[in-house]
Design a protein around this ligand. Structure first.
Ligand code: NAD
Ligand code: WQD
Length: 337
């Protein structure tokens, strides 16, 4: 029996593949490499010393998916494949709806045709929209504020509807907070295309000399130092959460939602300070205006995952910065061309 990992060449997918292989799972990976490189797959194999089938293809290719389900003995699916840039989703919404929503529907249809009814889905804290009450619990009000977030809410709803129609499905919706860091070996990590949108990859590219200075998007928020607060979570902790979720699927849980966060918020200034503490590198920065759409504060209540999955984040922001720097300094150009 194997686990099909969609989007397994990507940032979170590659780290999860390592942890699944280390936990003894057989995996099959499908990825169209639209936002990732084959080198990541090669390094997952190198790190674990294990081989697995990699299929370069799109989850919107039904014939290909059916062929994979027929050929391999797939027990469950971990579904990462999707586009994830919030700003881009505003400019090209149809690409996001088609890739993420149509792609997911085609995957679920193929699962249904082939009798595979166990899935772990990559949702996001973005589904809580501009919530004001912290910490965010799984039952906090939902409401996405951009096309990317709406694709996540739609896919969550589609999966809930599938369960209502056939309760032999088992569905785990994991809402990730802000994944950062890298495998401690520095062999795999986040390799954004072009100039990073997200804080920590931006910081590490300033540190390695590829970018001049960080723009801090606003210091007039109602927070202690005026900069936004987020719940940064080490990608290895997130990967471990997927191993726990797959174990949970074996208990026939129906549809369940879990926040994967640390429960601790850190401001932009605290992340700059943590990076300096972990690496000795001071990041030059400039305070600029607010970025439209940023919530002042967002952090999880992760207690449900601890209680029901036996999962808790173990790594702190110093670990996140150190491991990010090991990756970035050893791979200044990411996986290269
Ligand atoms: P990523 O872009 O590194 O990985 C996604 C992978 O999916 C890429 O390798 C890409 O090539 C592949 N892919 C995209 N569309 C595909 C398609 N139609 N068919 C086949 N492969 C396809 O992103 P990530 O950060 O690893 O995110 C993984 C998942 O987690 C995504 O669904 C994302 O929305 C979600 N998520 C990410 C974050 C984050 O901040 N990184 C936070 C919350 C949720
Ligand atoms: C963090 C903080 C910025 C860049 C995004 C998505 C979310 C989820 C995770 C997928 C904010 C500040 C950033 C910079 C800065 N992804 N910042 N200068 O926006 O919390 O979440 O990734 O589901 O959907 O929106 O993460 O890393 O972009 O920003 O000051 O150059 O850093 O204002 O306060 P965000 P981020």
């Amino acid at each position: 029996m194997a686990v099909l990992v969609t989007g397994g060449a990507g940032y979170i997918g590659s780290h999860t593949c390592v942890q699944l292989l280390e936990a003894g799972y057989d995996i099959v990976v499908i990825d169209n490499l639209s936002n990732s490189k084959m080198e990541a797959v090669r390094r997952v194999k190198e790190l674990t010393g294990k081989d697995f089938a990699f299929i370069k293809g799109d989850i919107r290719d039904s014939a290909l998916l059916d062929e994979i389900f027929r050929k391999y003995d797939i027990e469950s699916v971990v579904h990462f494949a999707g586009l994830k840039a919030v700003g881009e989703s505003v400019s090209v919404p149809l690409r996001y709806y088609h890739n993420n929503v149509t792609g997911s529907i085609m995957l679920f249809e193929s699962m249904q045709r082939n009798g595979v009814k166990n899935i772990v889905f990559s949702s996001s804290a973005t589904v809580y929209g501009m919530a004001e009450k912290m910490p965010l619990r799984e039952d906090s009000p939902l409401g996405a504020v951009n096309p990317y977030g709406r694709t996540k809410l739609m896919i969550e709803d589609i999966l809930r509807d599938i369960y209502v129609s056939d309760n032999s499905w088992n569905i785990i919706l994991l809402r990730y907070f802000n994944p950062v860091g890298a495998h401690p070996s520095g062999r795999i990590g986040e390799d954004p295309n072009g100039i990073p949108n997200n804080l920590m990859p931006y910081i590490s590219q300033v540190a390695v000399g590829k970018l001049k200075e960080l723009s801090v998007f606003g210091n007039d928020y109602p927070t202690p130092d005026g900069t936004c607060i987020r719940d940064y979570i080490h990608v290895m902790d997130l990967a471990d959460g997927h191993v726990k979720a797959l174990e949970k699927l074996r208990e026939d849980p129906g549809v369940v939602v879990y926040n994967l966060g640390t429960g601790k918020g850190s401001s932009v200034m605290e992340m700059i300070a943590a990076f300096a503490e972990a690496t000795g590198i001071k990041i030059p920065y400039r305070i600029t205006g607010r970025r439209p759409g940023d919530a002042p504060v967002s952090y999880a209540d992760p207690s449900k995952a601890e209680k029901e999955l036996g999962w808790k984040a173990k790594r702190d922001i110093i670990d996140m910065c150190r491991d990010l720097w090991t990756w970035q300094s050893q791979n200044p150009d990411g996986y290269g061309d």
